[in-house]
Structure formats: structure tokens, C-alpha cells
Design a protein around this ligand. Sequence first.
Ligand code: HAM
Length: 423
Amino acid sequence: MKFKIAPQAPRGMHDLLKDDAELFLGIFNEILKHSYLYGFEYIRTPIVEKEEIFTASLGAFTDVIEKEMFYIDKKEKGEKYVLRPEGTAAIARAYLQNGMHSWPQPVKLFYFGPMFRYERPQAGRYREHYQWGLEIIGTEDPIYDAKIIQTFDRFLRKFKLKDFIFRINSIGCLNDRNKYKKYLKKYYKKYLKNICEDCKRRYVNNPLRLLDCKNEKDQEIKKSAPVIVDYLCKQCEEHFKKTLEYLEELEIQYELDPHLVRGFDYYSKTVFEIYFVEKTTAIGGGGRYDYLIKFLGGKQIPGVGGAIGIERLMDIFKIHQIKLNVYKKPLVFIAYATEKAKKYAYYVYDLLLKNNINVVENFAKNSLTSQLEYADKIGVKYSIIIGHYEMGSKSVILKNMLDKIQETIPLANLVEELKSRLK
Ligand code: HAM
């Protein structure tokens, strides 16, 4: 088969190379340590889920369900499969399926993996993105709303990042929301002719999403809309107050955002997003979801969580020039001088790796000169050179690449010798 143009990755999806790839792995490494330290255990769920997991929980009239799902061609007994657009609904499914209600509660889980949304690709908005997610299931206690925020806050501060803020709101329980929606619709009714086409649909299908409108023209109208915190019941008000008190106790920077509603219908009570001053899009977000497990057919088991987008986090790390080194530069190169010595060189190379010595080769080059040129280019301290003679005498030549001094070392002493020289 011949390609008309060079083959390309799918639109909105990217290869990750070199420094970016290293930063990604470095972040992953830090996330593992941090999540375990803060008491979360790792969970992995499939990248593919049944469509109904998301349609039953995110809300029929949300952007993700209406237009951003990635469908898979294969069906099983009429069930449609999708690439997961987010992690929370899948974790709730796993909680039910694995009987996690019988584990000590609350269950605290973290995950790291790709999510897929059929979006119009633009800066910071991709069709495949990675998320680090945290979920705490089995408690209503507001201290856990604060704990999710605390865990993200302390992670970012570990890298001396300061110019970010948590925007926070409470959208109450279902009763509060239903009551509020009536007042919101009453307010917007006067402006029905003036609002954008999307908002006209939202007015009918999902009025809370009116507050999510980014259309310039609609902002003035939104500004004076009633705010949901004025409609919270006693219990939800108390929950929100306590959450904020915990954040204050920990000196976490937050601001109230009375119009913050988030993009999925599974949220209740606390919702939050994380914003950096240099960006207009959130790097993370989350909230409480006390009805989600019920939406999926379980009992009403409360939960709270959040997720940070890794691509957006990487942008912030780059702006602040934060480097995380997972790659250790090799300090030793191994070269062979003759074709006959190649096998012995390969044996020595393997021996060094087995002894944890970071040695590099370029066995694809067959002249010694070009192998040593390569060694110079990558800047190693020592080269090991193996020829016919060394093979016979079970020794190697050790060349110092700085002063170019060469010495012969018995193979039996090589590991120890290198370890002491590289200290
Ligand atoms: P979300 O706000 O949709 O929440 O996504 C979380 C984060 O993922 C966003 O703040 C953003 O950084 C990143 N993100 C989302 N979509 C894209 C995209 N198209 N391209 C690049 N980055 C993106 C959730 O997904 C919830 N499941 C979070 C949660 C966990 N709530 C409770 N628990």
C-alpha cells in the first residue's frame, strides 16, 4: 500500500518525543509518589467502556455526550462501545462491579491515563489528552472535598508553583438545583431573544449550562443572573461552609465563583477548577458527585474527586522551566574494534548493564572511529574498547575521553573499577 501523503497521527492527537516525553514521564513519576503519600491507591480501568456508563451519568445535554464521543465500530450484543471521555464514571462503574462498598470506606483511588473527546482541536484542547484523577468514594464529609483540593495544591506547590487559584462553588443537592433552575429560567426568559443559539437550547434542555456560556455577548446577561448559593438548603450550605473552613485552615488560595457549574450533570454540592494566571483555561477541575453511583444502578453512595490535565500541566511546567529528569545520561560507551570481537563486546555490555552501570553502545556502526565519534558526541566520560587481543586475554581497554589516556583492565575487575571511577 502507498500513502499519497506522509502518514499522520489522528487530528488532535500527538506523538510525544525527547524533552516532552521525559517531562511527561517525570510528571508521572512525581504523581505516583504524591498520590501514594496522600493516601490514594492506584486503579486502572479499560480505555474502552460501554457507552451507557457515560450517557447515564454525564447528562444527555452536555457537550461530551452530544458531540464529543469517540465511538468504536465493534458492538457486542447490540451494546455500543466508546473511548472513555473522562475517568470518574468509569471509576464509579468499577466501584460497583468490584464490590468496593465492602472495602473500608472511604475508598481513595487515583488514576493516570488517556481520555478521548471529539473536540475541535486548538491550543490546550486535544482529542486525546491525559488526566491524573483522584476519587474518594463512600463519604459525604466535607473534609474530603478539601482533601482533593489539598492533594492537588500540595502537588503544585512542591514545584514552587504559586500563581494559581482554586475557583470554587456549591451547586447543592438535586432539590436545590431544581429550585434554582426555575429562578434561573425566569431570569433568562426576558433575554431569550438576545442570547446565543447554544444558550437557547440550554434554556430548554439544561438551564444550569447557561452559566457555562463563553459567548462574549452573553456575559453581560450572565453577570446579573441569580446565583445558586442563595438557593442552598441548610445541609448543603453547612457542607459548603465547612469545606471552605478546611481550605482556610490549610491556607489554600481559593476564590468563590458563584457561576461555576462544570460540564457534567453528575456533580452536586462542591465544584472547583484550578486556574493559573497565565492561562484562561483550567488545568484541573472536579467536585462532589453524591448521585453518580445511583445513576449507574447502585445505592446512593457519595463521592468526591478531581482531575488535572497533563498536557496543560506540562505547559505550565515549561513556562516555569521546571525540568524533571528521569533519563540518566550514560557516562560509559562500549565499542568493538573488529567484527570478531563484536560478540565479546556484546557480552561485556550485558555484564555492565546487569551490574547497573549505565553504558551505551552503537553496535550498528562497524568502524571503531565512527563508534568513538558517536561516543564523543554524546559526551561520555569513558569508552571501553574491545579488540581481538582483549577478547583472547579476557580484558578491555578503558579510554578516558577527556585526557585520551588508555589502559588495559582485566574483565574481572571492570565492574568494580568503573563503579569507583564513576562515584
Ligand atoms: P474535566 O474538567 O472535564 O473533568 O477534565 C479535567 C481536566 O482535563 C481539565 O481541567 C483539563 O485540564 C483536562 N482536559 C479536559 N479536556 C481536555 C482536552 N480536550 N484537551 C486537553 N486537556 C483537557 C473531568 O474529566 C472529571 N472527570 C474530573 C473529576 C474527577 N471530577 C470528579 N472527579
